[in-house]
Design a protein around this ligand. Structure first.
Ligand code: HEM
Length: 381
């Protein structure tokens, strides 16, 4: 998409796509403005009326505005503090090692299915405190939640809606049971933390806790998978830089991960709804219009980043927008960074030398909003 972004930034940094009836913002300043100006751009994208039933995602943190957002975020952020993160490190290391133990270095390795996909699912299962055996269900559920219709036919849309409704129902029943168990026997996991907050008379209802669990499942899995796979993609693309990381991972790896986030952003775009008539650049946006903020383009904007088209792990500061900006800034960013760091560190300890398999081509995921690879085959040297 990157050459298309470049063309759009030059020709029409904010434009209306008449076919979709939505606005697109491509330059860094406009993307940042859309994301952080909560007074003008709403995260409530649902087209449903007040009296219609909303899905758990439509009710969750990522889809609500202040003041409700402020209240809910201040509760759930307790589960993502630096202290909590420190406690998770050994657990994530154990999971990464376990996955590496299962890899046979003598044969070709698909880094996506064998490593970067299972890792975040296992971590989130642990953090939510749900049995690891339920992983395959998680996979199916999260795929339906993020799925789009196959085409624009009424049948395809109906098929999707039916499956999403079934999925939400199954997720609801599943988490309801888990919550009831944890009420009796609280442990060291997010659900128990949130139930503790509920007990202190705060605002999270059981439905909201369920909505939040579902959000974590879908917001944290594919994104982190793509960050890890995209990092390996960059390493094989720029072997000299990889050598540098390998020599001094402690100092350089965190910077390299930030540059992967900028250069190959796992989430390319987020949308908002204009709350009133707004002028943005040359564009006259009307109240109710959808505005898509293309972070993937902003992160390659030459006006913001010197030599934006170069993968340069020395960038400091690196104010990329891969995790968003403002009040909805990714809650899981510290966790995603930690998972990527541990995954790559553990991999490098075990298999420092590897190369991209020669007999396959890189196939990107077919989605406009998420950016990653379906598979990525490596051979260990
Ligand atoms: C929000 C990206 C991993 C949980 C966001 C947003 C972005 C993002 C761009 C902002 C959405 C907006 O402005 O509308 C990413 C990327 C990830 C990642 C690129 C991995 C590399 C995770 C993980 C978790 C998580 C691991 C949790 C386990 C959330 C939550 C929100 C969010 C709860 C909503 C925050 C709010 O609305 O206040 N993420 N995310 N994310 N992310 Fe992430």
């Amino acid at each position: 998409p990157f050459s298309w972004y470049e063309k759009m930034r030059k020709e029409s940094p904010v434009r209306k796509d008449e076919r979709r009836g939505a606005w697109d913002a491509f330059d860094y300043q406009s993307v940042k403005y859309v994301l952080e100006t909560k007074e003008l751009f709403s995260s409530n994208r649902s087209k449903k009326q007040e009296d219609e039933q909303k899905s758990p995602i439509e009710l969750s943190l990522i889809s609500i505005d202040p003041p409700k957002h402020t209240q809910m975020r201040s509760l759930v952020k307790k589960a993502f503090t630096p202290k909590v993160m420190k406690e998770w490190r050994p657990r994530i290391e154990r999971i990464a090692k376990q996955l590496l133990d299962e890899i046979d270095p003598a044969s070709e390795i698909d880094i996506v299915t064998q490593f970067s996909y299972p890792l975040p699912v296992m971590v989130i299962a642990e953090i939510l405190g749900v049995p690891i055996e339920d992983q395959s269900k998680f996979k199916e559920w999260s795929e339906w939640v993020v799925a789009g219709p196959k085409d624009n036919s009424p049948e395809a849309i109906k098929h999707l809606e039916q499956n999403q409704q079934r999925t939400y129902h199954e997720l609801y029943v599943y988490f309801k049971e888990i919550i009831s168990n944890k009420r009796e026997h609280p442990e060291k996991d997010i659900i128990s933390v949130l139930l503790g907050a509920e007990a202190q008379g705060t605002v999270l209802s059981e439905d909201e806790i369920i909505g939040f669990c579902i959000l974590l499942l879908v917001a944290g899995n594919e994104t982190t998978t793509n960050l890890i796979s995209n990092a390996f993609y960059c390493f094989t693309e720029f072997p000299d830089i990889y050598e540098e990381i390998l020599r001094n991972p402690k100092d350089i790896l965190p910077l390299a991960i930030e540059e992967v986030l900028r250069y190959r952003s796992p989430v390319q775009a987020m949308s908002r709804v204009a709350k009133e008539d707004i002028i943005l650049g040359d564009a006259q946006i009307k109240a109710g219009d959808i505005v898509v903020a293309w972070m993937g383009s902003a992160n390659r904007d030459e006006q913001q980043f010197e030599q934006a088209g170069q993968f340069n792990i020395k960038r400091k500061p690196n104010p990329h927008l891969a995790f968003g900006k403002g009040i909805h800034f990714c809650l899981g960013a510290p966790l995603a960074r930690l998972e990527a760091e541990i995954a790559i560190e553990e991999w490098m300890k075990r298999y420092p030398k590897f190369e991209k398999s020669s007999n396959f081509s890189l196939e990107p995921i077919e989605s406009t909003f998420v950016y990653g690879l379906k598979e990525f085959k490596l051979s260990v040297l």
